[in-house]
Design a protein. Structure first.
Length: 99
């Protein structure tokens, strides 16, 4: 089964916690600790849904995605979101995968 990836290849800036709507922070990210600074940055919005870097799993060493993509968040067994983080950790690229 071949994997299809859809992306615009554009680099985008991560959002800070104060840029995420308060209701979203309460509903989706209440598990992030303010004491540790976990909720200060690393947020992104993709297709109307908010994500945090902690929502993504690392790409496995044996995956054909290794080298281009750094992480994934599954939506279903056959689809999900891919993320590539820049070397300085300030920007990201995102895409969808389907199989």
């Amino acid at each position: 089964m071949e994997l299809e990836i859809i992306t615009d290849h554009k680099w985008k800036q991560f959002k800070y916690g104060y840029e995420v709507p308060e209701k979203v922070m309460e509903d989706q990210f209440s598990h992030l600790s303010e004491d540790n600074g976990d909720n200060s940055d690393g947020f992104l919005q993709y297709r109307g849904y908010w994500y945090h870097l902690s929502d993504f799993m690392n790409i496995d060493k044996n995956s054909p995605l290794l080298g281009t993509w750094h992480g994934y968040a599954s939506d279903t067994f056959f689809s999900g979101i891919l993320i590539e983080v820049s070397e300085d950790g300030e920007t990201y690229r995102v895409g969808r995968y389907y199989s």
